[in-house]
Design a protein around this ligand. Structure first.
Ligand SMILES: Nc1ncnc2c1ncn2[C@@H]1O[C@H](COP(=O)(O)OP(=O)(O)O)[C@@H](O)[C@H]1O
Ligand SMILES: [Mg+2]
Length: 1107
């Protein structure tokens, strides 16, 4: 994958560290060194803001100032003693004291946390404080056990490596509290899924149960753990708890039968007696009074006020419920506890047998009976096995009676065995519940809370084992923190000045060395026939170890004679060897094992498996010390395989009171815990080292040189990587195989850079993946869209096609209907027309209205019909009517639309002979001569004098051959013009009745003579001179002007075969004999002129006719 594209060098991108100079400056200035970073980019600022918010939320740092944010500025003294100046024991203790006075109980020595028991409740453990430590790095907030827990948990989650927190310190120094706080923190910050919460609940609830059965009140601690506990919290790859495993170490079982003054037995006895209800007590055959039970009375005077057993019993019962212990199992556990109480009350009295041997009898059989009933066994067999002992011989078994003391001892052994095995069973049962259900890969965070170093008035076998355990822990601490670290610097070639410290390996050797160690000698003594004796053991010891610098033989009177003294790393302890052998062998008689196994209580079979008759073995069991040594060896191995975090608990006083700081007591602990040496080593040493390969593997994404892969030498790659980062060169050193980083802050910064870069890379992956997913989504959507669109288009096209077909069908239907309708309409019209034809008169205008489609046909039909009826009408005409019609038609052809007076003439019949000339006898005579007997027209009309324009009435006659002007009185022909001589007739378009007859110029216009009566074009004047002369064109005015012109037209056409020219105009020329005159017609519009009246004005060559 790409490294996030081109950009500025990674170092620049990560932003300069403003405070690196100060941070790396002289270590005395704590404030400067840890000043908050101011300019490491927006993201850092955001994170800082978040942290500030968290810090504010985190609430009070100490009791009197609620609401004060958690901040280093408020720290008193030096919160990391590596920064202490001068680094002396005095200053170290004074610093702890000063901080303790201000309730600042935690102090760092680099990564090691020193915790001083406050013996009071401090407001340091709220969920807000957890949140603050969750979101901040260790060096931003005051020292806290939560910071250690966070570091270990973060390493499990992010580095995927096994971690452990080793909590050490004296009894009562606060180890158990610290371990609980660590578990509480991990539970609070890990996943919250329902399943995870259930597991967390179970892991947390293991504490109250184990404390009830394994803790007791001692001089030093009201809730002292009387067993060692190592708990592995197991996580899945996400960092969610998936289960756990508890390993318990050597329960101080002697406490069951004997306690020191002012100490108590295990809590559960008191809890049961005070907390159980009456029914439960009755079922367990118990009474509430603690005083009734011998094993609870030994530590008198007792103070109960500090413990609330009643409440604690409820807590224990609830925890057992949560851990999945069934009611039957719980009942069985309580029965065993009750039976131990009852057994403790059983006493024996010595009796002398007949054979002189000492025997014993049970004094209080009731208690023994109760115990047997509780364990579901018969009293006789238990009584027998308590008071006698079977010796297994080669051939047969021999029963030997026990003395009262031996019986008491057997009783105690049984009670202790019952209790310690019950405890081991409970741990096993809890482990069954909390063991991871998934078989996935898991990582482990171990928390070791083992009993602290103990020095009592009388120190027995248990104290010896406990202190040996603490020696071993000190040894591992020395090995990892002091020796190995220093050795490593030398090995890696780092410049180093060795720091001296006390190495307790010599004490460990004294105790555990094979064949020569104290434990070997004890085992050797126990191997002696009859298990040897404590005295034998002591004399062996004194003989073998008297010269050892850490062993003292007690020869003075200061201590009892059966003691030896060991110079432990934590101080001198005098051990009383009494019962060492017995406790080491810890042999429960076979008789008792058998009886216990035979109990009807199923739990007893699990507690005493060796009592099974089928498992007869004559082999001796492993001694307690050997078992302890083996389990400690395994523990040390397990711790060495993990990355360790240390919490060193310090006890401020021996009186368990708050605000009391016993400097001497603290000095003692500071010395034996090697705290000062630790500070010295840490001060000059390096906080962090890692092989080049793994360093490169973890941080290679921080440089473009090494990301995504580096092919060269790992050390070279680391050099490039560091060069690209804003880290001062003083902060790291190159060893032979490892890189050393001086301050933890630098490691934190590296981690922060890595986290930021991983976020960037994760963003890149997310971005790419989201892009790919969106693209796929888009592709799918596009495909869908195409499918949808194509389907939709198909559907739409189909719809359109369907609509089109529908439309076409509709249109076709409409057309069909229309056609049919029109046809019907036409048919109806035609039928109606056929049946109701209008009148046959040509004048009739009626015609049925045709429907639109028949308009044209109707018009044609009308025309046809009209023509037909006209034809029919005409067919009915006689010759006269036909002629008359011909005249009318001709007049229409000539005048229609040309002459204003024409319409008036239409209705007027062309009578022709208005003066009855045809009947005139004179005319008859005259006309016969000139061949004018066929009169076409005759009337008195006005001839207009050409010179004056005056009207002269004359008789105008038109015959079929000529035009005649006769004197109206004398009937003499004045002019006779043959029809062919007239070539044109001129008229005005107005209403006037004037017509000009143009006579041909070559035709002599002369008066007719008798001799030449029919000369065409001659005027036959009856004038006085009788001379012939050309007169020119004639001008007439008559009411029948239309009729005259029409008839003349026809006459000329008939005579010549060619019609005359009809000129209708407002101006035209006329020939007046010698001269041409222009006729001009004007419509004056003068109001004085009556309609039809005309005025003629002759002006030179112009005749003006004004209408
Ligand atoms: N952080 C603490 N805050 C308040 N009291 C504490 C704290 N640590 C220890 N104590 C007190 O000291 C007592 C002894 O502590 P514990 O953890 O049992 O000691 P250890 O396990 O070292 O013997 C506790 O019962 C408690 O009263
Ligand atoms: Mg404890």
């Amino acid at each position: 994958m790409a490294s996030g594209g081109p950009g500025p060098p990674l170092g620049e991108r990560l932003g300069p560290r403003s405070c690196s100079g100060e941070r790396l400056g002289p270590r005395s200035c704590s404030g400067d060194r840890l000043a908050p970073r101011s300019c490491s980019g927006d993201r850092d600022r955001d994170r800082d803001r978040d942290r500030d918010r968290d810090r504010e939320r985190a609430g009070p740092r100490s009791a009197p100032a609620p609401g004060r944010p958690l901040t280093l500025e408020r720290e008193v003294g030096v919160w990391d003693t590596v920064l202490l100046e001068p680094l002396t024991e005095q200053a170290f203790i004074a610093n702890l004291h000063q901080r303790y006075k201000h309730d600042q109980i935690y102090t760092y020595i680099s990564q090691v946390l020193v915790s001083v028991n406050p013996y009071k409740k401090l407001p340091l453990y709220s969920s807000d404080v957890i949140r603050a430590y969750r979101s901040c790095s260790r060096f931003e907030l005051p020292p806290h056990v939560y910071a250690v827990a966070e570091e270990a948990y973060r390493a499990v989650r992010e580095h995927n490596s096994d971690q452990c927190v080793v909590i050490s310190g004296e009894s009562g120094a606060g180890k158990t509290e610290a371990s609980k706080l660590i578990m509480q923190y991990v539970a609070a910050v890990s996943g919250r899924a329902k399943e995870v919460n259930a597991i967390k609940g179970q892991l947390l609830q293991s504490n109250p149960v184990l404390e009830a059965f394994g803790n007791a009140k001692t001089h030093r601690n009201d809730n002292s753990s009387r067993f060692g506990k190592y708990m592995d919290l197991e996580f899945d790859f996400k960092g969610d708890p998936i289960g756990g495993l508890i390993t318990n170490y050597l329960l101080e079982k002697s406490r069951v039968t004997a306690q020191q003054p002012c100490e108590r037995n295990f809590h559960i006895f008191y809890q049961l007696l005070t907390g159980a209800d009456i029914q439960l007590l009755k079922s367990l055959k118990l009474q509430r009074n603690v005083e009734n039970y011998d094993i609870l009375k030994q530590g008198r005077p007792l103070q109960y006020e500090t413990l609330d057993d009643k409440r604690d019993f409820q807590v224990t019962r609830r925890a057992m419920d949560i851990l999945g212990l069934t009611p039957d199992e719980q009942q069985a556990i309580l029965r065993v506890i009750a039976s131990v109480l009852k057994l403790g009350n059983v006493t024996f009295s010595p009796v002398n047998n007949i054979d002189g041997s000492e025997g014993c009898v049970v004094d209080n059989e009731y208690d023994l009976q109760d115990a047997c009933e509780l364990l579901h066994t018969d009293t006789a067999s238990l009584q027998a096995s308590l008071t006698s002992h079977t010796l297994d011989g080669r051939l047969d078994a021999v029963t030997v009676e026990l003395s009262a003391a031996e019986a008491c001892s057997a009783r105690d052994v049984l009670a202790r065995a019952l209790y310690s095995r019950l405890f081991a069973w409970i741990v096993m049962r809890i482990n069954e519940t909390i063991k991871p259900k998934k078989h996935a890969k898991r990582k482990v965070l171990g928390v070791l809370d083992i009993y602290g170093f103990e020095v009592f008035e009388r120190n027995g076998f248990e104290q010896f084992c406990i202190n040996f355990c603490n020696e071993k822990l000190q040894q591992i601490f020395i090995q990892l923190v002091l020796r190995e670290e220093q050795e490593e610097y030398v090995r890696e070639g780092i410049e180093w000045t060795p720091v001296d410290y006390f190495n307790n390996a010599v004490i460990c050797d004294l105790i555990e060395k094979t064949n020569q160690g104290i434990l070997s000698m004890l085992d050797d003594e126990c191997l002696k026939p009859g298990h040897g004796s404590d005295e034998g053991f002591l004399s062996r010891l004194n003989a073998a170890c008297s010269n050892h610098p850490h062993f003292s033989v007690i020869s003075d009177n200061s201590s009892p004679a059966h003691c030896f003294r060991l110079k432990h790393y934590a101080g001198d302890v005098t051990y009383d060897v009494t019962d060492f052998v017995k406790k080491n062998v810890d042999a429960l008689s076979r008789d008792l094992s058998l009886v216990m196994y035979r109990c009807d209580l199923p739990l007893m079979k699990a507690l005493f498996p060796e009592g099974n008759p089928k498992r007869v073995t004559l082999r001796r069991g492993t001694s307690a010390s050997a078992q302890f040594k083996i389990s400690l060896g395994a523990l040390m191995k397990s711790l060495a395989a993990k990355q360790a975090h240390y919490v060193r608990c310090v006890k401020p006083n021996d009186t368990k009171v708050a605000n009391e700081f016993d400097s001497e007591l603290v000095r003692h602990q500071v010395r034996y815990l090697n705290l000062l040496e630790t500070a010295r080593v840490k001060r000059v040493g390096f906080a962090f080292r890692q092989s080049y390969e793994s360093f490169l593997a973890r941080y290679k994404m921080l440089s473009l040189h090494t990301w995504p892969s580096w092919c060269g030498l790992a050390a070279e790659g680391v050099t490039y990587l560091l060069r690209d980062l804003p880290i001062s060169m003083a902060e790291y050193a190159f060893g032979r195989t490892k890189l050393f980083i001086r301050s933890p802050e630098t490691v934190y910064e590296l981690e922060e850079y890595r986290r930021d870069r991983l976020e960037e890379l994760a963003t890149l992956i997310q971005k790419t993946w989201r892009g790919w997913r969106q693209h796929r989504l888009f592709e799918a959507m596009r495909k869908s869209q195409i499918i949808i669109a194509s389907n939709w288009r198909t559907w739409k096209a189909k719809e359109e096609l369907r609509a089109m077909k529908q439309r076409r069908r509709t249109e076709w239907a409409a057309r069909l209907v229309q056609r049919a309708y029109r046809g019907w309409k036409r048919r109806r019209f035609l039928l109606r027309l056929a049946h109701h034809l209008p009148s046959e008169s040509p004048l009739c205008r009626e015609w049925p209205r045709a429907p639109p489609p028949c308009q044209h046909a109707s018009a044609l039909l009308y025309k046809l019909y009209h023509k037909w009826r006209c034809h029919k009408y005409r067919m009915r005409f006689d010759q006269t009517s036909r002629n008359r019609m011909r005249e009318k038609v001709t007049s229409s052809i000539i005048f229609k639309g040309r002459k204003a007076s024409y319409p008036k003439s239409i209705g007027h019949p062309f009578l022709g002979d208005y003066v009855r000339l045809r009947q005139n006898s004179q005319w008859k005579k005259m006309s016969a001569q000139s061949n004018d007997q066929y009169v076409v027209f005759a009337d008195i009309i006005n001839k207009i004098a050409r010179s004056s324009g005056k009207f002269v009435p004359v008789l105008f006659v038109l015959s079929t051959s000529s035009m005649l002007i006769l004197d109206q009185r004398t009937m003499q022909i004045k002019y006779r013009i043959p029809a062919p001589e007239i070539y044109r007739i001129s008229l005005s378009p107005f209403l006037d009745d004037i017509a000009v007859f143009h006579v041909r110029a070559h035709s002599p216009t002369r008066e007719t003579t008798v001799e030449e009566p029919n000369l065409p074009g001659c005027l036959m004047g009856g004038g006085d001179s009788g001379s012939k002369h050309r007169k020119g064109d004639l001008v007439f005015q008559t009411g029948h002007v239309i009729e005259i012109v029409t008839k003349l037209f026809l006459v000329i056409q008939n005579a010549t075969g060619k019609p005359p020219d009809i000129n209708i105009d407002t101006e035209f020329e006329a020939n007046f004999g010698q001269s041409d005159v222009v006729f001009s017609f004007k419509a004056s519009g003068h109001p004085d002129m009556p309609p039809g009246q005309i005025r003629i004005i002759r002006r030179a060559n112009k005749m003006e006719v004004i209408l």
